[in-house]
Write a protein that binds this ligand. Sequence first.
Ligand code: NAD
Ligand code: ISE
Length: 336
Amino acid sequence: EALGVAVIGTGKMGADHVRRIQEVTSGARVTAVVDVDAERAKSVAARVDGCTAHTDPASAMAAADVDAVIIASPGPAHEAALLTAFEHDLPVLCEKPLTPESASALRVVEAERKLGHRRVQVGFMRRYDAEYMKLKAVLETGQLGRPLMVHNRHRNAASPPGWTSEMLINDSVTHEMDVTRWLLGHEITAVTVLAPTPSGNAPDGIQDPQFVLFETDGGAIVDVEIFVNCGFGYQVQAEVVCERGTARVGDGHAMVTNAAGRWGGTIAQDFVERFVDAYDREVQAWVDATRRGEVVGPSAWDGYAVAAVCEAGVRSLRDGGRVAVELVDRPALYGG
Ligand code: NAD
Ligand code: ISE
């Protein structure tokens, strides 16, 4: 029987996940949606046969036809929804961030540890992107030697209203934090944020772009250009420099045209377009694992570690200089 999924938060990501589960994913159906905006929940539910609309995550999670939960509400609402899911022992796909601070992330880790088994997959979808998967596979063969450095570019066309300088770290560079830990198998030990004179196209008061440096416990150096008002589109690129060669993804050369004395291609305009296959693969992997009674993918521990790196990054942005990352010991549940 199909897995009954409740989707909490029906904004940009949540509504897209509802569409995905109904139209793309096999083995699941949306049985409930939740939004504090009752009208939004109702209008999304109306598009799905047998789907109920709720304004309170707890009422959806108590429903008999809800077997699993996708959390796509804003980060500050994640902790309460996660703890309620644990009370019902429901599997969860939680959009990044797990929670916005390391203290709340640690409370989630502790609650899952008390439950005694993993329940959470965090929505770090780049691990499911075909190009990033190829990059990891190449590194794992060892043919390029040891990774020494990673250069990342992360560009968005424009920042949404209400964005702050800290959100470049907490909402955007968070993906490079996860990718670094996953690709290299290292922990990030320190963060340094450098800030050029902001672009004239950045909203007033927003430090955009930023140049972020990670040091890792495996001795690698990782840089990230984050630029969320680049104007021309959505671009995510990574180049790993190893002892015997380099490997690079994200150039977007699926098709190159030649015409009228010029060559070129198109640039995606947002993450929904660029990472559509990654989200599809991520949700399918979650559904398949859940139906097998397993949990795969980025864990609550990964969510906690990234939250701790974000805090160091925000401190470096605010106070300048290099900030060390402090992590608690990794519990046995997460391989510690
Ligand atoms: P959004 O603002 O478009 O949607 C959020 C929705 O949640 C809104 O409809 C809002 O009314 C609702 N909401 C607010 N508080 C709630 C609560 N307590 N319970 C239930 N619903 C609540 O935001 P979004 O861009 O869809 O982002 C949602 C989540 O997805 C965030 O965690 C964000 O970081 C993440 N995200 C991930 C990616 C990715 O690439 N993986 C991309 C964008 C956003
Ligand atoms: C957004 O929240 C995401 O998660 C996207 O993947 C990222 O590229 C973007 O900068 C964030 O705002």
